[in-house]
Structure formats: structure tokens, C-alpha cells
Design a binder for this molecule. Structure first.
Ligand code: NAD
Length: 444
């Protein structure tokens, strides 16, 4: 099966079902909380990087007392076998999802495939009465979103969308400042996210470069940011107007090849990536690429790139807030600028993830009161992936960790609202008009 084929295979038949009631979607995932006390039969579909690290090896090593790996499934059987070795478990591997579900009988399914397929596996998992955790974005278009919401309601099982960014202590701090009322009612938000020439370019090497693969970076990446905003503001997106362009990658490149290793242009390409230096990736991807032609070091200048590398949007929220948002994927810096402009003051955050100079602090946060002073906010520092969010999220899912209600696990409604903001932005660029979220999906 070629990489192109796994993005063009027929979609599964849509699940019939009634529209989900909003009340049913704002659940706290009680049955996942039950996982904190029992050893759960855990299976993964899509055994690439995320599955083998965050949801694989780390879980096998540190959460073995609460879960048991019972199956690993990937469209590429070689990658599933390599994944088992990397995770360090001895459960069976599968290339057929139904066979895994029949034979392994998991009660908790983790969906870490290419985004395009999330809907299929979420729906199938729910239909089999299994609780489902899915990586972001929950889905890549509005029809899939409707299918997932309907299937969850029908199956009476729960979905958790693993929005790890919420669990970074710095992001919790922002939530707490906003809830404290210190800057009063929020009136507008400025949010600008920068992906640098390493991380940003990486999306253009792989399936993410196709709208069909990840819904474009409006969905694949910005869903994180839109979820944070929905959560911070405690509001829903209502309408999105957006612009997007492809300026650096894809057909804009000066030359191209299939992937970096055999590329005749490597000596002059500023995006040349030498994957041979990464033993793990050579094992997980290069050693398996004869099966699916999935080149982890794919050329960023391939002509089929159809996503945007520069994006901006204005989003209107249910509480009257307007956000101006941008995402650029070719920057010399990685991080973000964020400001909440309130009736009584402004909360300003500058996050420095990577830059070619030394910074004193990774995150700077200030509250400036109108007619008053600027105060520096101490930002909690925690080690670990995604600002410490990865560990805290896993503890919340698998351990008996008590959290305030505003830190509860993100559910399907959160998954829907965040990816619908991106879907609306993508449609707004394509259709050159504002898109209303309410026109995309029925919540009741
Ligand atoms: N929350 C985060 O911070 C974060 C970070 C990275 C990735 N992710 C998400 O995790 C998921 C996986 O990302 P990744 O970086 O591991 O990608 P990846 O390409 O490394 O892995 C995807 C895997 O899915 C497999 N696959 C493709 N089509 C399939 C199909 N139809 N059925 C079964 N398997 C199929 C591929 O063979 C591959 O092994 C994505 O949804 C991504 O958005 C989240």
C-alpha cells in the first residue's frame, strides 16, 4: 500500500444516529476515571512516533500497574512489529483493526493514526462498547465530527481527546488568572504562534502536507491553540474569517525529490534532513518504508503540498470576545505571543520555545492593570514533554489524581469545538467568506 493509498482508501460507511445532546457531551468521563483503580486492557491503533513514545513506552514503563497492553495495530505490519519492540511489550500485533478488536478485546482504545482515519477508529471503537482516547485533532472535517458525536451518544461510551497543552502548568496559570477576574471581562485576544524552520518544516515532509491527511495546519496544529482558547475563555467559537497562503514549501521550492536520503539536491537544500542520524526513526520508518512508501524524510518541496504555511484568522466567540490569530510555519523562532485584553487590564505571555539566542526564562508572563502597574507573574517550571503537560495528562487519565473541575479531561465537545474552528478557518480561506460554526455540526 502506498502512502498515497492510505490517504485515498474508501471512508467507512457513516454511522447513523441521532444528534448528540449538548448536555451529554460535557461529561467528565467517569468510566475513564474508573481506569485509575483497575488494570485496563489497552490497545493502540496507529503505531508511529506518538504511539510508541507518549502512549507506548512511557506507559509500559510507568503505568504497568494500571494497564496491560493487549494489542497494537497499524496499516503497516512491519511498523507494528517495530513499535512492539520499541514499546517493550509482548502483546500481539495486527494490521487489521477488526481482528485486533475481536482477538485482543481491549476496554480502552488509543487512536494515534494519521488524522484522516481518527473518525473511523473512534466510531468503530465506540460501536464495540470501548472507551476511546484519541490524539488531536479529533477529526478533520465536519461530517466526520458529526459521525463521532452521534456515535458517542449512541454507544453511551466516552471519548477523551488528549489535549496535553492544557496540562502544562503555565497554561493552567493563565486559566487561573483569567478566572480570578484580575483583568476583568476579556474583550479581545491576540494569539500568534510561530513554528520554526525545523518543527514547521517537518509537517511538510509527511502526510500533514496534504489537507486530506491532517485537515491542514488549521486543524492538525491549530486545534491545540483553539482548544486552549476555548478553555481559557470558557466560550465556544461562533464565526471564523481566515486567510491562508503557501509561500515557502511545496511548489514554491527551487527543486524537489521524493525524500532527503537519496536526494541529488541535498548539498544545496536548506531543508535537507539527515534521518540516518536518528536510529529510532531509521527503525520505525526507514526500515518499514518498503511496505507503504511512507518517507519520514519526505521532500518539503513536493508539488502535491496543498496546505498553507502562513495563516491568519479572526474568530468571534460566544461571549463576545474577538481573537486575532496567526500561525506561521517557516519562522527562525518557535513559541508564541499571547495577550488577553480585559476591561481592567491585560495579561500578556511570551513563550520562547526555541530561538537563536539565549533567553533568561522560557515563559514571561505579565499582568498590567489599566491606570495601574505591570506585575510579573511567576511561571511554574516543570520538566517533561509539552511543558510538563504530557505527564500530568497521563497521571490524570491513569492515576487517581484529584484536579479541580476546570482541569477535567477534555471530552468530545472540546475535541469538536477546537477542530471545528480550524475546519471553519480552512473553509473560509477556500470559500473566501466567514464561516459559522453552527452551520457545520448539530450539537442537539
Ligand atoms: N498531542 C500532541 O502533542 C501530538 C504530537 C504528535 C502527534 N500527535 C498526533 O498523534 C497522531 C499520530 O502522529 P505521529 O506523529 O505518531 O504520526 P506517524 O506518522 O508517526 O504515525 C501514524 C501511524 O499511523 C499509521 N497509519 C496510517 N494509516 C493508517 C490506517 N488507515 N490504519 C491504521 N494505521 C494507519 C502509519 O503507518 C503510522 O505508523 C496524529 O493524530 C497526531 O496529530 C499529537
Amino acid at each position: 500500500m502506498s502512502e498515497h493509498n492510505f490517504l485515498t482508501r474508501r471512508e467507512f460507511v457513516k454511522t447513523a444516529g441521532t444528534a448528540a445532546a449538548a448536555a451529554a457531551l460535557v461529561c467528565v468521563n467517569p468510566s475513564l476515571s474508573a481506569a485509575q483503580t483497575a488494570r485496563r486492557r489497552y490497545a493502540i491503533v496507529g503505531t508511529g512516533d506518538r504511539a510508541t513514545s507518549m502512549w507506548g513506552r512511557d506507559l509500559a514503563q510507568r503505568y504497568g500497574d494500571v494497564l496491560e497492553f493487549v494489542g497494537l495495530c497499524d496499516a503497516n505490519p512491519k511498523r507494528a512489529s517495530v513499535a512492539r519492540e520499541l514499546i517493550g511489550v509482548d502483546c500481539p500485533t495486527f494490521s487489521n483493526f477488526d481482528e485486533m478488536m475481536d482477538r485482543a478485546r481491549p476496554d480502552l482504545l488509543m487512536v494515534t493514526t494519521v488524522d484522516f482515519f481518527h473518525r473511523d477508529y473512534i466510531v468503530k471503537g465506540l460501536e464495540r462498547g470501548v472507551d476511546v482516547m484519541t490524539e488531536k485533532p479529533m477529526v478533520t472535517d465536519e461530517d466526520k465530527c458529526q459521525d463521532v458525536l452521534d456515535a458517542e451518544r449512541k454507544a453511551k461510551r466516552n471519548i477523551v481527546v488528549t489535549f496535553n497543552y492544557r496540562y502544562a502548568p503555565k497554561h493552567q496559570k493563565i486559566k487561573e488568572i483569567l478566572m480570578s477576574g484580575e483583568i476583568g471581562r476579556v474583550i479581545s485576544v491576540d494569539f500568534h504562534w510561530y513554528l520554526d524552520v525545523r518543527h514547521g518544516a517537518d509537517y511538510f515532509r509527511r502526510w500533514h502536507r496534504l489537507k486530506r491527511g491532517g485537515g491542514s495546519l488549521w486543524v492538525h496544529k491549530a486545534t491545540h491553540h483553539f482548544d486552549l482558547i476555548n478553555w481559557w475563555l470558557d466560550a465556544d467559537p461562533v464565526e471564523v474569517s481566515a486567510q491562508g497562503d503557501l509561500q515557502i514549501y511545496g511548489e514554491k521550492g527551487p527543486f524537489r525529490y521524493s525524500h532527503c536520503r537519496p536526494c541529488p539536491h541535498k548539498s544545496k537544500c536548506r531543508f535537507y534532513y539527515d534521518m540516518t542520524k536518528d536510529a529510532r526513526r531509521m527503525k520505525l520508518y526507514a526500515a518499514c518504508e518498503d511496505v507503504d512508501k511512507y518517507y519520514r524524510d519526505g521532500c518539503v518541496y513536493r508539488e502535491d503540498v496543498d496546505i498553507y504555511d502562513t495563516m491568519s484568522a479572526v474568530v468571534k466567540y460566544s461571549n463576545g470576545v474577538n481573537m486575532s490569530y496567526s500561525l506561521n510555519a517557516f519562522m527562525p523562532i518557535e513559541g508564541y505571543h499571547l495577550a488577553f485584553n480585559g476591561e481592567l487590564g491585560r495579561l500578556e505571555v511570551r513563550d520562547y520555545e526555541r530561538q537563536p539566542w539565549t533567553v533568561a526564562e522560557e515563559t514571561e508572563m505579565y499582568v498590567t492593570k489599566s491606570f495601574g502597574k505591570r506585575t510579573k507573574v511567576p511561571v511554574p517550571k516543570v520538566a517533561g514533554g509539552h511543558g510538563g503537560g504530557d505527564d500530568r495528562l497521563r497521571d490524570l487519565i491513569f492515576r487517581k489524581v484529584k484536579v479541580p473541575d476546570y482541569m477535567r479531561l477534555p471530552d468530545s465537545r472540546a475535541g469538536a469545538m477546537s477542530c471545528l474552528t480550524g475546519i471553519a478557518a480552512r473553509k473560509s480561506v477556500e470559500q473566501k467568506k466567514p464561516i459559522k460554526i453552527g452551520d457545520l455540526v448539530r450539537f442537539s
